[in-house]
Design a protein around this ligand. Structure first.
Ligand code: TUI
Length: 310
């Protein structure tokens, strides 16, 4: 039987919260860590001073393990990588690139390093570079995505590496958790369900749009630019996809998405902003506390897995 990541990370339950830009602030992350999961601060495009303050707040609001996600396209990635080492952040996850050049430094200070990957090749590369685990993130996820689905990616990554694999993409309840365990995962990462959590600081308009979303309400912008981003359909995506199909330039397209996530999360402009969410948004129907979410999933999954017969 696979060892759960709760053992590796010193947490009660093998559930980690995605490191979502603008959304995963210390308020959400500390609530998840205090509820027995692993809360993660999402750096996104923020600067080093913002990250330092978030870590300070996190340490003040939880005595449980926590993580920071470094989005590797961040212009200050080098400085932030060093800050994470100096602050002895217990768990570091990365997204949207290859964190190879930071691994030795992070391992030297004893951080557990968990890159988010979207392919078997990248998972293998990360294992060789010294990763403690990987998050295998399927294309059902919100935000920046790869091509493979969670159902196909997770078992292939599990077979390819000897480190624990955390499943992400399309998981928001006990059934998804149990399914991930059946695929060989040692835990799950969830984003979308936590966006709607009581403790999440995202604008109520964003949470309401998420809760009203149906199964087929997400779109992927940026396929033509090489930066596919899954978001809920709105005025911005209609305009974006129209321009994209007409062969618009990168500049014209970027004009629509620059600052768009902040616009949706902070200002609540869910018509013109970028409402990042996974395909599982249709399953998220209430704004629960992080403790309720984690308790519901663990209790439900135990029952499902115990009752499982052919
Ligand atoms: O990183 C994510 N999801 C994200 S990051 C993000 S921030 C952003 N905001 C606005 C525009 C653009 C980005 C929003 N959502 N998930 C983890 C993830 N990583 N998914 C896919 C990958 C990935 C992709 C390529 C990991 C490695 C990789 O390697 C490429 C290489 O360097 O070889």
């Amino acid at each position: 039987m696979t060892k759960m990541i709760s053992e590796l990370l010193g947490i009660r339950y093998p559930i980690i919260q995605g490191g979502m830009a603008w959304v995963a602030t210390w308020e959400l992350a500390s609530a998840v860590s205090n509820a027995g999961g692993l809360g993660i601060i999402g750096v996104g495009g923020a600067d080093v001073a913002w990250v330092a303050e978030q870590i300070r707040q996190m340490k003040a609001h939880t005595d449980q393990p926590f993580g920071v996600n470094l989005m590797l396209m961040n212009p200050q990635a080098d400085e932030i990588a060093e800050l994470l080492a100096k602050e002895q952040v217990p768990v570091i996850t990365t997204g949207a690139g290859n964190p190879g050049k930071y691994m030795a430094r992070w391992k030297e200070v004893g951080a557990k390093v968990i890159p988010v990957v979207a392919s078997v090749a990248m998972a293998r590369m990360m294992e060789r570079a010294g990763a403690d685990a990987v998050v295998a993130e399927g294309t059902e996820s919100g935000g920046h995505i790869g091509a493979a689905t969670t159902m196909t990616l997770v078992p292939q990554v599990v077979d390819a590496v000897n480190i624990p694999v955390i499943a992400a993409g399309g998981i928001a309840d006990a059934r998804g958790f149990a399914a991930a365990i059946m695929l060989g995962a040692a835990g799950v990462q969830m984003g979308t369900r936590f966006v709607a959590a009581e403790e999440s600081i995202v604008h109520e308009n964003y949470k309401d749009k998420l809760i009203q979303a149906k199964d087929i309400d997400s779109e992927v912008t940026g396929r033509s630019t090489g930066h596919p981003i899954r978001v809920l359909r709105n005025k911005m995506t209609r305009e974006y996809l129209r321009l994209e199909s007409e062969g618009a330039t990168l500049e014209e397209l970027e004009h629509l998405t620059l600052g768009a996530l902040r616009k949706a999360v902070v200002e609540g402009d869910v018509a013109n902003g970028s409402v990042m969410a996974g395909q599982i948004a249709g399953l998220v129907k209430s704004k629960d506390s992080c403790a309720q979410i984690i308790e519901e999933i663990m209790t439900g999954a135990k029952e499902l897995l115990a009752d499982c017969r052919l």
